[in-house]
Write a new protein. Sequence first.
Length: 332
Amino acid sequence: MHPFTLERPSDLAAAFAFRAQAGRNDASTEYIAGGTDMVQLLQEYVRRPDRIVSLAGLLDSSIESGPQGLRIGAAATMADVAANRTVTEQFPLISEALLNSASPQVRNQATMGGNILQRTRCPYFRDIGYSACNKRQPGSGCAAMGGETRWHALLGTSETCIAAHPSDLAVALVALDASVNVRSATGQRTVPLVEFHRLPGDTPHIETVLEPGEIIAAILVPANSMRRHSHYLKVRDRASFEFAVVSAAVGLDLDGGRIREARIALGGVGTKPWRVPKVEAALRGASLEPLALRQAASLAAEDAQPRGHNEFKVELMQRAIVRAIEIAGART
Ligand SMILES: Cc1cc2nc3c(=O)[nH]c(=O)nc-3n(C[C@H](O)[C@H](O)[C@H](O)COP(=O)(O)OP(=O)(O)OC[C@H]3O[C@@H](n4cnc5c(N)ncnc54)[C@H](O)[C@@H]3O)c2cc1C
Ligand code: SF4
């Protein structure tokens, strides 16, 4: 591990001040929350900050709901949110996505803010034995191209990076039209989560729209009419403690046997949490018949660009959409 200084500021202003000293050189001073992703990356020399600023005790961890929807403080743990009664009753998609993530031990420690900002599980990014990784070292190339691509994305990729986005929670939140409240030394702003993560383009090392030093303070989820008929379907190599090969977050507003409105986002296939508006539009007014669902789901594959080992995901993601809708639609 590269040696670093751990700062434990007593308030957010002090945390911002530490971070401001680094200027735009993000990598020299980094925040840490639960540490479940950060510590792994430090141990593997993937991240080498000189200073780490702890956010412990500085951010809100409350979970509040009202007529407008849900507000979750960024410091709330995955476990607390998954078990919260308002969340399980009003926003079950969030709870399901969280309970399908990681392990109880990790969920007890990991925060909601850190979850959204966790780094990709691309094995070439996480192993410095591979020198070519544009995300870790801009301009160095991409070891995944021409390598093993089973875990990689087919939507939103670029010639410089095909890494899949890892967060299950973010996929569910994107389906629910959630936003993040972002704070800095100079103020705050709200960013729709669907716009929060960036496509890799030519700069895969810049993963979000956060400005240097900005933090996520809270997650905001608008009230919606889809809580009864929702489902988070995760396909993975083993039943727990595993990231998604493909996942589908589905929320339905039903009128009898017909879909009034659908919200669908995919995980494991996109370089960011992937909303599929074409599929949603095709489902508007559709029945829950398998053929209608299959036709709509096929639109998700229109822009897919598989590479070698991840070709199977083109079919799998369509089946995941159909199955998740069937399960959501059958819920009473
Ligand atoms: C074995 C294992 C299995 C896992 N399986 C899954 C899985 O199946 N699905 C899944 O979605 N995730 C999975 N995870 C990832 C896990 O959910 C994340 O590691 C965790 O959510 C990160 O939260 P944290 O608080 O520990 O973040 P940290 O590790 O402390 O930080 C992560 C990043 O976020 C930044 N950060 C943290 N909080 C803030 C904030 N409020 N504002 C600005 N920046 C911030 C840090 O600077 C850092 O860059 C797994 C992790 C492990 C270790
Ligand atoms: S896919 Fe992205 S993260 Fe993985 S090796 Fe290539 S550049 Fe690095």
